[in-house]
Write a protein that binds this ligand. Structure first.
Ligand code: ADP
Ligand code: ASP
Ligand code: MG
Length: 405
């Protein structure tokens, strides 16, 4: 049985017109004789009646006092409304279909409400419905605990629902339909001449996603990579193929083979705080104390730099007041700078190539942008800049590495 998973994001389902395009993609897949599983996100974005942010706003008005378990119940409604709505559209078009919630589709998670992890998938009901010739619509972003409580998988989690179902069903491919023509060399909202990438490896895109390229959720790519199920990221509003995300062998062979690229793309995310803690003369336990305290208080740390004179690291802006308070309670006098952004230069082929850092420094210096911190790995170089310099930094790096169209 050839199974295809199609996932449609919020903007792809937000208007009657957008849903007409969705219907066309569903008809195309059925015409190719695929057994079809359609994963949906909540309809629309902030401000739209049934969008996830709108549901969150509902309880924010009451002082955000809803416990995490009940908040997940509330958030799950967005995807349920969306799925039922699409089901009615398919029935009107004489296409047999049925809706399953994440739990009904057999997606079992742990009970970390708000960012639950999928523990297992038992897709029997999906198989039964597919055998009956139905399109199976599954609500994205959610699962259920062993106690049958609703959970959600973290913002952007419908992508993960789709690839996890793709893996469990041994789908031929997972199509992620969104509002852009695939994965581009940078966020097109910032870089207007960003170029679409046609074939990329799981690890390149995992890296881009972890560093803020919000077009796909990083966990979704990891899941697809483990199961070796290719993903196509493409636009709901066109018939173009978009970006194929697959394993390294596949991108280097066959038609459209891609040679090692030096730099794949530029990613960014804003609103982080740089914290510096200096160690006193002869003090050896500072690093342990600082990072243990952050871990015990579930504050996630990034961009860590440890040296004999102290430690430097970043936390999300919203965690910064708590982090600073904890450090003060330990007797330290931390210096901190909020409103920073991490800009990442990501490449499959930059390993060992000299001069990349020099190019980065040159690009940013030409724009009078101060680098507050930097770090590198085999495949990525990160720089920390101020939020107000972020857009200019992304554009300058994009240009310096010749990524434009
Ligand atoms: P959906 O609702 O379909 O899941 P998202 O808003 O989560 O859509 O993701 C699509 C958005 O991701 C695009 O509108 C685009 O602005 C943004 N984006 C960020 N980085 C990239 C990139 N490198 N390539 C394409 N889109 C990107
Ligand atoms: N509706 C959820 C969100 O807005 C999940 C998703 O869109 O992937 O985060
Ligand atoms: Mg998304």
């Amino acid at each position: 049985m050839r199974i295809l998973v199609q996932k449609f994001g919020g903007t792809s389902l937000s208007t009657v017109q957008a849903r007409e395009y969705v219907l066309e993609h569903i008809k195309d897949a059925l015409a190719q004789e695929y057994k079809l599983v359609v994963v949906v996100s909540a309809m629309g974005r902030k401000g739209d009646p049934y969008a996830t942010d709108t549901l969150l706003e509902l309880i924010r008005q009451n002082g955000d006092a809803l416990p995490a378990r009940e908040q997940d119940l509330l958030l799950s409604c967005g995807e349920i409304i969306s799925a039922a709505n699409l089901c009615s559209l398919l029935h009107a078009a004489q296409i047999p279909s049925a809706v399953l919630t994440g739990g009904q589709a057999g997606i079992q998670t742990n009970d970390v409400y708000g960012s639950a992890q999928i523990m297992s998938i038992q897709p029997n009901r999906i198989h039964e419905l597919l055998e009956q010739g139905k399109v199976v619509i599954v609500t994205g972003f959610q699962g259920r605990t062993g106690n049958s409580d609703f959970t959600t998988l973290g913002r952007g989690g419908s992508d993960t629902s789709a690839t996890a179902l793709g893996a469990a069903l041994k789908a031929e491919i997972v199509d992620i339909f969104t509002d852009v023509n695939g994965i581009l060399t940078a966020d097109p909202r910032i870089v207007n001449d960003a170029r679409p990438l046609y074939k990329v490896s799981f690890s390149e895109i995992c890296n881009m996603a972890h560093n803020g390229a919000k077009v796909i959720h990083p966990r979704a790519v990891e899941v697809a990579m483990q199961a070796n199920i290719p993903i196509r990221v493409r636009s709901t509003f066109s018939k173009e193929e978009g970006t194929l995300v697959t394993n390294l062998d596949a991108i280097k062979t066959g038609s459209n083979a891609v040679d090692d690229r030096l730099v794949t793309g530029i990613a960014h995310f804003a609103n982080i705080t740089q914290i510096q803690v200096a160690s006193a003369e002869g003090q050896y336990d500072l690093q342990l104390q600082v990072f243990k305290t952050m871990a015990q208080n579930q504050i996630s740390v990034d961009f860590i730099n440890v040296n004999p004179s102290g430690v430097v690291y970043t936390v999300f802006d919203h965690e910064a007041p708590r982090a600073v308070k904890l450090l003060k309670e330990l007797g330290y006098d931390p210096h901190y700078l909020s409103g920073c952004a991490k800009v990442s230069v990501i490449g499959g082929g930059m390993n060992g190539v000299p001069g990349i850092m020099a190019h980065i420094v040159e690009a940013l210096t030409e724009q009078d942008i101060r680098i507050l911190q930097s770090a590198d790995s085999n495949t990525t170089i990160w720089v920390l800049v101020r939020n107000e310099d972020m857009i200019q930094a992304v554009r300058a790096l994009h240009k310096k590495f010749g990524l434009h169209k």
